[in-house]
Design a binder for this molecule. Structure first.
Ligand code: AMP
Ligand code: MG
Length: 321
């Protein structure tokens, strides 16, 4: 079933007016600048830049995550094996940073067939890209500090080098250089204060990027079984909400197995990570993934993040390109 694409959703290239093409070109310049800035920062900081994969037996279960809303998972058979399209490269990152590349990043394509009603949020598309990174032996604090510095550097340089584009997009005066460190909120406190809708409430209320920690979710994020606290963190942008999810990761076999079983996830799809952790080859790492369309959408002040895509991927709507 597909939803009717209303005029308020971003249009495909061939339907844009002259003025809309100019706006699209400005957003493309901001995207190009953002990709150049962030990838250069990671390379300068000694990270290896890995190329992505699109098909694997093992991908992100996206479960249990309170934010996930997947309508369908894509699986196909190749060479006698069932493979899945990349939902995120988390499993690849855990293994790659444990074994061969202690500091890595990937511009990773993520396919998540979101339910059609998610088109209305303006924040969900069914194909998007993450700047996904992982660091062996790093703490959450280290990663949060790295992200804060990266975002501060990006905005500072955008204001210098992309002034004309930001003025055209009407965000030159609204996107401020964020002060470091960003404020940190515990999800439990937000839930107690705002109830179920804490995510929307806090992103509406904050005028700076903020961290939210301690969110129960997938097995690979670190959970202290005694205190029941999760050592993870999401970065929220004012009005736009979650732009990054990250965590310190689990590495111990017994915990990974217990959590996979608890979440009723098919162990078959995580055989390698289970085996490697049993052999002590999965190392403690921390990392995260930045949704590039959301980040650039915020910087550009878009109504719908599909505006940042040359070929919009709006849930419920399939275009020829
Ligand atoms: P997740 O693994 O679900 O935490 O996703 C990591 C990041 O990818 C999020 O923080 C968002 O920035 C981005 N993201 C997740 N789902 C979507 C989506 N459907 N459309 C666009 N960006 C997304
Ligand atoms: Mg998330």
């Amino acid at each position: 079933m597909s939803t009717q694409l209303t005029s308020s959703f971003p249009k495909p290239l061939e339907k844009l007016s002259e003025i809309e093409i100019k706006r699209k070109a400005c957003i493309a310049k901001v995207m190009t600048y953002t990709l150049g800035n962030l990838t250069s920062q990671f390379v300068r900081n000694g990270f290896e830049w890995l190329l992505p994969v699109a098909l694997s037996q093992s991908t992100d279960p996206l479960w249990p995550d309170p934010g996930a809303s997947i309508e369908k998972r894509i699986e196909i058979d190749i060479y006698g094996k069932t493979v899945r399209t990349t939902a995120s490269m988390i499993i690849h990152k855990l293994i790659a940073s444990s074994i061969a590349y202690p500091k890595l990043f990937i511009l990773s394509p993520n396919i998540r067939i979101e339910k059609p009603d998610r088109a209305k949020t303006g924040l969900h598309i069914y194909e998007f890209s993450q700047l996904d990174f992982e660091i062996r032996d790093a703490t959450s604090k280290y990663v949060m500090n790295l992200v804060e510095n990266s975002i501060q550097d990006l905005i500072t340089n955008l204001q210098k080098d992309m002034k004309k584009e930001l003025i055209t997009l009407c965000t030159y005066d609204t996107i401020k250089i964020p002060k470091i460190p960003f404020k940190i909120y515990d999800r439990c406190d937000l839930e107690a204060k705002y109830g179920e809708k804490w995510e929307t409430e806090i992103s509406e209320k904050s005028s700076d990027p903020i961290w939210i920690t301690n969110i129960p979710r997938e097995f690979y994020d670190y959970e202290d079984f005694e205190t029941k606290e999760w050592d993870n963190y999401d970065l929220f942008l004012p009005k736009y909400g979650e732009v990054l999810s990250g965590a310190k990761r689990e590495w111990e076999y017994s915990k990974i197995l217990k959590k996979i079983e608890r979440d009723k996830i098919n162990k078959e799809n995580y055989k390698l990570v289970l085996q490697l952790s049993k052999e002590g080859k999965i190392k403690p790492t921390s990392g995260g993934g930045i949704g590039l369309e959301r980040l650039v959408g915020w910087i550009s002040g878009v109504k719908h993040i599909a505006e940042t895509q040359p070929f919009p991927r709006i849930p419920g709507w399939v275009h020829e390109l």
